[in-house]
Design a protein around this ligand. Structure first.
Ligand code: ZN
Length: 94
């Protein structure tokens, strides 16, 4: 896996792989490579949530996908990288 080209959703932090099938969809049907299809569709965010609410949504999925990871560990990890994601940090153009 090449981290240079690996894309992460700038809303939930989920890895989206090299293809565009996980990408969000704009209102005109084109893809938005900044966000995943679970966060972004038809040109808008699907969930109008705060960063804390997004973490709460993501933690159970992350624990489920990472056997051995605790809820606390998942929350700590998200708290360290969520503030760097574009959706939660509009000023920072990464
Ligand atoms: Zn997402």
């Amino acid at each position: 896996m090449n981290l240079e080209t690996q894309r992460f959703c700038q809303s939930c932090g989920m890895p989206m792989g090299q293809s565009d099938e996980m990408y969000g969809i704009e209102a005109d049907g084109t893809t938005n490579s900044d966000y995943c299809k679970y966060c972004y569709g038809n040109g808008a965010f699907l969930y109008d949530v705060t960063m804390e609410e997004m973490m709460a949504i993501c933690i159970p999925h992350m624990v489920e996908q990472n056997p051995g990871m605790t809820v606390d560990a998942a929350r700590q990890m998200m708290q360290s990288y969520f503030p760097h994601l574009k959706r939660w940090n509009p000023q920072k153009d990464r």
